[in-house]
Design a protein. Structure first.
Length: 164
């Protein structure tokens, strides 16, 4: 436990959930395994969509069709990340809140959320038009590139947590 952190994180670590994840021989690795599997599904779903936006693959598939198929997977995987991430966090909250890699990761996840909302608002409002003309506007391609960079950052920061 890190001493000079707000009480709330010390209390979270002492909750039955935090203590059992921390003290169990198998719970932490099992939850972290689920966290890695959730990451794989989330990054695969978002990555495939972004690669299509960039026009690097699946050019014959409509962007709206790909969104319809992939976004449910991305949202389900994101839910798994939040639940498993919170369990991991609760077991070592005082160490995590002072860990620069963890902080960077949380900022990048928030930015990825804002970016997804902006994409919906800016690039999707006239999607029917640009799909009908079989072209992908540059703003959608830029959105795809930014999304890939943000999620690669989240994964790298997540991995980096264990090295600080
Ligand atoms: C949303 C997408 C997320 C992705 C792609 C992601 C990815 C990762 C990765 C790759 C690791 C490293 C695993 C390892 O070293 O074996 C990790 C660790 C971790 N993640 Fe996440 N994560 C996400 C969300 C979250 C959230 C929302 C939280 C907290 C609320 C969280 C908390 C943690 C913690 C505490 C660790 C460190 C575990 C340790 O001590 O090794 N993650 N994450």
């Amino acid at each position: 436990m890190v001493a000079d952190v707000p009480e709330i994180w010390k209390s979270l670590e002492q909750t039955p959930i935090g203590a059992s994840v921390r003290e169990s021989l198998w719970l932490f690795p099992a939850v972290e395994t689920l966290h890695l599997l959730g990451m794989a599904v989330l990054v695969a779903a978002v990555g495939a969509f972004d690669v299509r936006l960039l026009g690097l693959a699946m050019r014959g598939v409509r962007v709206s069709e790909l969104a319809r198929r992939l976004f449910p997977w991305a949202w389900a995987a994101f839910a798994v990340q939040v639940v498993t991430g919170f369990l991991l966090f609760s077991s070592e909250a005082t160490r995590m809140v002072v860990n620069p890699a963890f902080r960077i990761k949380m900022v990048l996840i928030a930015l990825a959320g804002v970016h997804a909302a902006a994409f919906r608002w800016i690039a999707c409002r006239d999607m029917a038009e640009w799909e009908a003309e079989s072209r992908t506007p540059i703003r959608a391609k830029i959105a795809g590139l930014i999304s890939i960079l943000l999620w690669v950052g989240v994964v790298a920061a997540g991995r980096w947590i264990g090295f600080i």
